[in-house]
Design a protein around this ligand. Structure first.
Ligand code: SAM
Ligand code: SF4
Length: 487
């Protein structure tokens, strides 16, 4: 039986703290065991696969029991305060294991490492090594340094590192869906956000390495890839070579160069096979182009699902957030999606109680939800992050109970719309990629339709996970469609 692990969301609550286990690399065993667990967004989970792959090459085996490990890594998230609190609490749980095994190396990786740098070593005596997201190639040296009795820190951010040549081995996924990182960092300076400080400048990965990785995944039985970046619409690769699949230009020096933008990249990945589903996240309202929308509409295997974070429905708040679009612009992009890709599912992120937000301004967010009628939303109360533009410029002046009340209001509204959206599918036949058995019953399969809705239906022996099935949706809960295979 296949264990069901559905990397359906870019921030998947059910995967928080998940440990990664890889198959040992043949002929490379140094007798030491690595334990690595991850928090935060899909990018962090994807980075942990890179870390584990780098150390597997050096002979480390992975384990899912930190008590058994020689090296314990925690890949961290800084996006909201509670994400950091969670990591601090988890570190306390590693203390007992370190007392029993004083040679154990404890490392903090990712965004919190980058944000706190060497200060982490002072604040958490247990920690031996602190490594930022662009310094993972240095891990073998840093571990050696700790073995030699020192503490080690590398939080250098890079303008080039994309780990393009490291093909992560994916083992604790379901073998059907995979995340593929297409860019790193972020050049937007949304005033609430810590990401530009923890993940550095935006850089795009070589498209040919992306296509090769996706091809390899497809050849190994994977049937869905999610292309990951903080702002996929600003993906851009310039190469001084020719490729007939993408447009050519002459630069000022007369050198012929090839520009691959996000629409081109989507097309290149979609062309690998019509049986490979392509998803992507996250789109930015200021950058998503009609060209991208037409590319989605052109290829059946590019899923009709766009995650387009609005953050707020009020133009003054959007300006304070430095999102660089206003309410009208966002509505224009929604209208373009509805026009070019009819039936496309849309999800969003919303922050309630951003600095100075009034009740009327909050109501603009509510009315935006009524306008768009999102299929799904991730909703958060504003959490001030040290060092961000908002923390420097504006007071975090909305009381927590007001933030919470506003959050509850939009959560209740979203639940209604999620349910209504699913109801619209009832009576329609859905093309579902079977991902495994349903969580609740081994007599049911589950998988997603094109629009990313979960569909559960009775197992039919002629179908296996990894295959597509046509399922008639007959009823729904607030989050899941239920039906039966039709042939
Ligand atoms: N790059 C993506 C974008 O621009 O939408 C998402 C980045 S972030 C990892 C995911 C979401 O976390 C954001 O869209 C925002 O809603 C939320 N977020 C970021 N900083 C936050 C903060 N300080 N307080 C509350 N929510 C925050
Ligand atoms: Fe953060 Fe804005 Fe960049 Fe998204 S686009 S990662 S919210 S700075």
């Amino acid at each position: 039986m296949i264990d069901l692990v559905i990397p359906d969301k870019v921030h998947d609550e059910s995967r928080q703290g998940e440990a990664l286990v890889l198959e040992p690399v043949a002929g490379k065993n140094n007798g030491r065991k690595l334990y690595i667990e991850s928090y935060g967004c899909a990018m962090n989970f994807s980075d942990s696969e890179i870390v584990a792959s780098i150390l597997a090459e050096k002979g480390f085996e992975t384990t899912n029991d930190f008590n058994n490990a020689d090296v314990v890594f925690i890949n961290t998230c800084s996006i909201r305060e509670n994400a950091e609190v969670r990591v601090r609490n988890r570190l306390k749980e590693f203390k007992g294991a370190k007392v029993k095994n004083p040679g154990m190396v404890v490392g903090v990786l990712g965004c919190m490492a980058e944000r706190l740098k060497a200060k982490f070593l002072e604040e958490e005596k247990l920690v031996d090594v602190v490594v930022g997201p662009d310094a993972y190639r240095d891990l073998p040296n840093l571990i050696e340094q700790v073995d030699g009795g020192q503490k080690a820190v590398n939080v250098l951010l890079s303008r080039e590192e994309t780990y393009a040549d490291i093909n992560p081995v994916r083992l604790n996924t379901n073998g059907i869906n995979a995340f593929v990182s297409i860019m790193r960092g972020c050049d937007n300076m949304c005033s609430f956000c810590v990401v530009p400080f923890t993940r550095g400048r935006e850089r795009s990965r070589d498209p040919f390495s992306i296509v090769n990785e996706c091809k390899e995944l497809f050849d190994n039985g994977y049937r869905e890839v999610t292309l990951l970046g903080q702002n996929v619409d600003s993906y851009k690769w310039v190469a001084e070579s020719q490729n007939s699949e993408v447009k050519n230009q002459n630069d000022e020096r007369g050198v012929e160069s090839t520009i691959v933008n996000f629409a081109n990249l989507l097309e290149m990945v979609a062309l690998i096979s019509p049986d490979l589903r392509v998803r992507f996240s996250t789109s930015h309202p200021k950058d998503i182009t009609d060209e991208v929308l037409y590319t989605i509409a052109k290829y059946d295997n590019i899923c009709n699902y766009i995650h387009l974070p609005v953050q707020s429905g009020n133009s003054r708040i959007l300006e304070l957030m430095n999102r660089t679009y206003d309410r009208e612009w966002y509505i224009n992009r929604i209208d373009a999606i509805r026009r070019i890709i009819p039936g496309c599912a849309i999800s969003t992120d919303v922050i309630t109680g951003f600095c100075t937000e009034t009740d009327e301004e909050h109501q603009d967010t509510v009315s935006m939800m009524d306008y768009v009628q999102y299929d799904f939303a991730y909703m958060f109360m504003y959490s001030e992050r040290p060092g961000t533009l908002a923390a420097k410029r504006y007071a975090d002046d909305i009381p927590e109970d007001v933030k919470l009340k506003r959050l509850q209001e939009i959560v209740a509204k979203q639940q209604q719309y999620s349910y209504t959206r699913l109801q619209e599918q009832i009576g329609k036949v859905q093309k579902v990629l079977i991902e495994g058995f349903s969580k609740k019953s081994v007599t049911d399969y589950c998988g997603r339709n094109d629009q990313n809705a979960m569909v559960v239906f009775p197992v039919n022996e002629r179908y296996k996970p990894g295959q597509y099935a046509y399922v008639l949706a007959e009823r729904s809960t607030t989050a899941t469609l239920m039906g039966r295979i039709v042939e």
